[in-house]
Design a protein around this ligand. Structure first.
Ligand code: DOR
Ligand code: ZN
Length: 342
């Protein structure tokens, strides 16, 4: 069996900076036509000049490995109160895609995130008027399994208060988030590969598996099933966003393990295997590209990726530039692989 995907997109990706960027950006660019690049660097990307400079570093990192690689990097700013002038200027910036909002302290490098929602109002209003998408890490500071559920009323309030603002509920992990999605047209959602595959049992139910630890934490089986159903059904407001989040091996295999699952180089083969297993291969194109293109009016570079149901051996780690990152399914065999790209 084979499938050729047109312009697959990763609508939520962490590429980091420096040597880690040099290692990971080409891996995404090899399989995807474009990606929405997260701004949670240290320090975060909080201005148009730093966004432009980061975009340039992403481009250079990819070019260093493949000079002919077509890859659209859709860049994001880290949410803070922005003036109307700043937002208008951002919108004119070709590589700019939207603004990512992190409540302060909910995840990796989010200490400078939002504390006071009332201070966010003028910026949100202006984003609504200018048509700038808002991407949200929707977790509270409550009990780890309830954080997304506790954030849903905030999503609801945002959706009602700013009816023309395009709001993306990032990396949703619960059936409740999917129910909310159906209530408001201005909400959409990204779903990761790992949340389609894993539950909390995989992370800590046996021996603890640090490479599966991420935020939001994987939830219950009924949540995983609801996410899978939404992805497989071709729900037009659900898009693939890997949230592939590389951390150096030593930051994962230690006391105080960093949150993040590194999936970029195996995401498409794993998705093809999953959709094929559920007899839904025909709807993979919608999940990995068409829904996002329609929602945001994107025209990514032409790129076709063919996948076949032949086994791929996943490397024990990806190495380069002094960095080592361990992917999901490290050292294992997965049933599909990429056979050609152009
Ligand atoms: O697991 C995660 N890792 N979740 C996030 O929200 C951030 C990400 C990262 O940047 O490592
Ligand atoms: Zn993320």
């Amino acid at each position: 069996m084979e499938i050729t995907l047109k312009a697959p997109l990763d609508m939520h990706l962490h590429l980091r900076d420096g040597d880690m960027l040099r290692l990971t950006a080409p891996l995404s660019a090899a399989h995807f036509a474009g990606a929405v690049v997260m701004p949670n660097l240290v320090p975060p990307v909080k201005g148009i000049a730093s966004l432009g400079a980061y975009a340039e570093r992403v481009r250079t990192a990819i070019e260093e490995v493949d000079g002919n690689c077509a890859f659209a990097h859709y860049m994001t700013l880290f949410f803070r109160p922005y003036s109307e002038e700043e937002l208008a200027a951002a919108r004119e910036t070709e590589v700019f895609f939207g603004i990512k909002l992190y409540p302060a302290g909910v995840t990796t490098n989010s200490a400078g995130g939002l504390v006071d929602w009332s201070a966010a109002e003028p910026t949100l209003k202006c984003m609504e008027e200018l048509g700038i998408p808002l991407l949200v890490h929707g977790e509270s500071h409550g009990f780890v399994m309830d954080r997304e559920a506790e954030f849903l009323p905030i999503y609801r309030r945002l959706a009602e208060h700013y009816p023309k603002l395009s709001i993306c509920m990032e990396h949703i992990t619960t059936a409740g988030a999917l129910r909310l999605l159906e209530e408001h047209e201005n909400l959409c959602a990204t779903i990761t590969l790992h949340h389609l595959l894993l539950t909390l049992d995989d992370v800590v139910g046996g021996s603890m598996r640090p490479h599966l630890f991420c935020k939001p934490i994987a939830k219950r089986e009924e949540d995983r099933e609801a996410l899978l159903e939404a992805a497989l059904s071709g729900n037009p407001r659900v898009m693939f966003g890997s949230d592939s989040a590389p951390h150096p091996r030593e930051a994962k295999e230690c006391c105080g393990c960093a949150a993040g699952v590194f999936t970029a180089p195996i995401a498409l083969p794993c998705l093809a295997a999953l959709f094929a297993k559920h007899d839904a291969l025909g709807r993979l194109q919608a999940f990995v590209s068409d829904n996002a293109c329609r929602r945001y009016g994107l025209t990514p570079p032409q790129k076709e990726i063919t996948l076949r149901d032949e086994p791929m051996h996943v490397p024990a780690s990806y190495r380069g530039y002094g960095q080592t990152v361990v992917p999901l399914y490290a050292g294992e065999e997965i049933p599909w692989r990429v056979v050609k790209d152009r």
